[in-house]
Each structure stands twice: as C-alpha cells, then as structure tokens.
Ligand binder design. Structure first.
Ligand code: MN
Length: 350
C-alpha cells in the first residue's frame, strides 16, 4: 500500500499533546476512553482504483502504540476492475502489515521477494533504511462463491523505534536497519466462546506471533460467530484500538460498525466483545504508547524533515538505497513535491 495523496501533508507523530496518557499509567484503570476516529476516504490508484478508509493518521490521533497508519478497503467486487494496482514505491523507517479477509494480492519488492498474500496470512515488510515494493490484485485467484473476484483487507504501518534504526536522525541514509520481508502462514489461532482469534503481530492471551516486532505491541483478528460474546485479556500498559472489518459488534459497551477506528486508551485489563446481530470480524491493535517524535510524509517515516527530504531525493535519483522492483508491469510512482514549509523538529513538550 502506498500513500497516493497528491499533496501529502508532513505529519509529526508520537509523543506530544495528542497522546496524553502517561506511561506507565500510575493507575492501570485510570485512562480507558472510548473515542471514535472517523477517518477519511482516499482513492488508491486513480479512477479505476479502489477507495480506502484511512483512520490513522488523522488530526485527532496519529498513532496507537507504534501503529501509525491504518487503511481499510472493501469488501469490493472487482469484476471489470483492475483491482489494486500500486506501482513500485519506497518506504523507510516502518513495517508494512498486509492482512486480507477476502481475495489475493501479489507483493514484489526490491529484495526479490515475490509473494501472494491470502486471507489469514501475514505479509510483513520491514523497510528499515529503505525498500521498495509493488502490490497488485490477483484477479484469477480471488474468486468468491459467486465466481467474481473480490477484495477486502487492511494495510497497516508500524513505526520503527530509533533503537531499531541506529543512525536515524540527520541523514536518514545512515539508518542501518536492514530491509526485510517475511510471509507468515502459521500464525497462532484458536477458537473459544464462538470467537476465532488470530494473533498477527505481538502477543495476545499468552500466544505470540512469530512475526518480527521492534516495540511491544499487538495486532490480532477476531472472527465472531452470531451471538458470540467474549472477554479478551489485554496488556493494561498498552493503548488499544478496534476496527470493525465486517458485520456489527459491541465493543467495550457500545456498538461499532465498519468505518471508524475505536480508540480505547490505556489501562484496560480486558475487552468485552460481542456479535449480537450476526457474524462479525474485527481487528484489534495496540502497543506501548510511542514516546518518540517521528515525521511521516508520503511513504516515509523519519525523525526529521531532513530524513524525509533525503529519502525523497534518494528515491527520485533511483539511489541504491531503495533497490529495484523487478516484474511489475508499469512505471514506479514518482514522489510528490515536498511541502513549501520546513517542519521543525520539536521535543515532546514543545
Ligand atoms: Mn507500500
């Protein structure tokens, strides 16, 4: 997934006034909230492309733990459409987490990876100092029961902490975290009380995904049978949020349907979920509140304006840093122009 906004705003994320909950919480029950983040629609890949709902980052909230980007698309009927076609583009300083409910997407990257991601499997790409990739629908492998190709899924980004990107800061090219790609088809999954839980990233209820993480966090999918009710244990030091992928659910005492991201704050030892009206599916994300300031712009996460400007220049100059994606039928994406104003790096309290 790529940020295809034509004039992406530079966003300073993490720490600061938008993440006010103290960590570690002085009282583990002090800070739970129930805050709906509406998000906004973004068109990916032009008029015949697909619409996604982006709920992170927004003005109201930029991160949940280290999770810094949430795009939800579908379910879409791809009949007569090219589906997802995101041309080669770069990333730095983050992991991309690709998760599907329906359909198939082919991933290619500059490490030479060629991997179809399918429902229930994880494609995890760690950009580190720099990587490039493309993503495209597999139209003949995504037929639903009606025989028409469908697509439904999410892409999320996880910001890497500076401890995992030594040399981050001025001169982002010095960032030495090696780029990596992994496909996980063997994630921990179990069913109880009518809820099938799959741990995508991190740990939940004592089960741990084999996916590599760089800060304490969790990402999990919960598939609820009609009438299911369950209590999900949480790490009270984490902040959490829930996205409803399908159906309608009751989460933490209130309704939630596809669209907004429900931010739940910190200090929760558990989370009540229910599907009173039929089958439903939700995504739980969370993590230790991310105290570092980061700068997100286009497809880059850095620590300063200079990091991002250097990454953009390196991509536009086809520097070795981002390698080459082989086999995609189309030209790479060009970076948008940088904003006219230079974003000053600020401390957490400034
Ligand atoms: Mn991408």
């Amino acid at each position: 997934m790529s940020n295809l906004e034509r004039d992406p705003q530079e966003r300073e994320c993490g720490g600061g006034v938008d993440v006010v909950t103290p960590y570690p919480p002085t009282d583990p029950h002090a800070d739970p909230v129930r805050e709906l983040i509406t998000g906004y629609q973004v068109a990916l890949g032009g008029p015949r492309g697909l619409d996604v709902t982006r709920t992170l980052p927004t003005r109201a909230r930029r991160m949940v733990g280290a999770w810094c980007f949430v795009d939800h698309y579908g379910p879409l009927d791809l009949d007569g459409s090219a589906g997802m076609r995101v041309a080669p583009h770069p990333h730095t300083g983050l992991q991309t987490v690709s998760w599907l409910v329906t359909g198939e997407i082919l991933h290619r990257d500059s490490l030479g990876s060629l991997q179809v991601v399918r429902p229930g499997e994880l494609n995890l790409m760690t950009a580190g100092r720099g990587i490039s990739h493309s993503e495209e629908s597999v139209l003949d492998g995504a037929a639903s029961g009606s025989g028409r190709p469908r697509l439904h899924g999410v892409q999320l980004w996880v910001a890497l902490p500076s401890a995992a990107v030594p040399g981050a800061g001025a001169g982002g090219a010095e960032n030495v975290q090696a780029p990596a790609f992994a496909h996980h088809a063997d994630l921990p999954a179990w069913s109880q009380d009518g809820v099938t839980t799959t741990v995508v990233m991190g740990s939940l209820a004592g089960r741990t995904s084999s996916a590599q993480t760089f800060s304490p966090l969790v990402g999990a999918e919960l598939s609820l049978e009609p009438g299911a009710t369950a209590r999900v244990p949480l790490e009270p030091g984490f902040e959490h949020a829930v996205l409803c992928l399908s159906g309608s659910v009751e989460v933490a005492g209130g309704p939630l349907a596809p669209g907004p991201l429900l931010y739940l704050g910190t200090g929760r030892r558990d989370l009540d979920v229910a599907a009173p009206g039929g089958p439903a599916r939700l995504l739980l994300i969370g993590g230790e509140p991310f105290e570092e300031r980061i700068v997100m712009w286009w497809n880059f996460v850095g620590r300063s304006h200079d990091d991002v400007a250097q990454a953009r220049a390196d991509w536009e100059e086809s520097a070795d840093r981002f390698g080459t994606v082989v086999g995609y039928d189309g030209a790479p994406l060009r970076a948008p122009a940088l904003p006219a104003t230079r974003l000053k790096s600020r401390g957490r309290e400034a």
